[in-house]
Design a protein around this ligand. Sequence first.
Ligand SMILES: C[S@@+](CC[C@H](N)C(=O)[O-])C[C@H]1O[C@@H](n2cnc3c(N)ncnc32)[C@H](O)[C@@H]1O
Length: 258
Amino acid sequence: MGSKTKWQEFFDGHAPNYLQNCFTKNTVAEVDFLIEALGLSLGASVLDVGCGTGRHAIELARRGYRVTGLDISAGMLEQAKKEAQAAGVQVLWRHDDATAFAVNERFDGVICLCEGAFGLLGQGDDAIGQPSAILRRVAAALGPAAKCLFTVLNGFAMARRHSSGDVAQSIFDPLSLTELSDCQPSAVGRDSGMRERGFVPTELTLLFQMAGLQVSNIWGGTAGNGGRRPVDLDEMEIMVLARKAAEPCAPPGSPKCE
Ligand SMILES: C[S@@+](CC[C@H](N)C(=O)[O-])C[C@H]1O[C@@H](n2cnc3c(N)ncnc32)[C@H](O)[C@@H]1O
């Protein structure tokens, strides 16, 4: 990996306080849900992309799954190691970039939750290229017909909470569905290039399909409140469940994608 990105710097600094965020408080229920949704049998292997301080990875390891946690922030991984040690579980931690990693193993399931890199854009990152690169890496890491579960920012909610004034001030860009992140290092007006990307279901289906992942379900998915229910226009996140396609899909409409 090259020089540190702004997101890396942010999460390195935020790591000791990350688990104080209210959206991290329902991990056990989230893990119940993802085990069932991914159809994981006991002892299955799981890759957690953008694992952060490892709350899902550690809970999965506690239940007997073989887990690899991957994150770009050394600070988050350091915290994850401490948490795993305190919980008395083994997780394989990897310091790597979700857009560029390669693994030898094929996993029974992949999770990428609470953004976990997906759509956390830095200066110069392409709004289509960044998530597409992650999806290609995830597809390559999945075993045949294995499933992945993502929670991503809801583009409907993002568009609905911004005004034309926000567009004029480049706080929200409707072309890329990105907004200036709240995690900017300091006050308004200082754009460090940290942007967060929203997604809508049709686009998600296409992006996943282009990477060789067949979307089976898109549900409401806001952290701690995921479930098999329709997306609410104003909720923070959308949840995507997909399966590795038999072979990479050709463009939409092609018979191969049926
Ligand atoms: C909001 S946290 C989510 C952490 C965890 N998945 C959870 O649900 O609590 C986003 C994580 O993505 C990581 N991240 C951001 N960009 C990344 C990248 N390009 N590659 C790997 N990890 C990345 C951050 O370091 C951070 O730990």
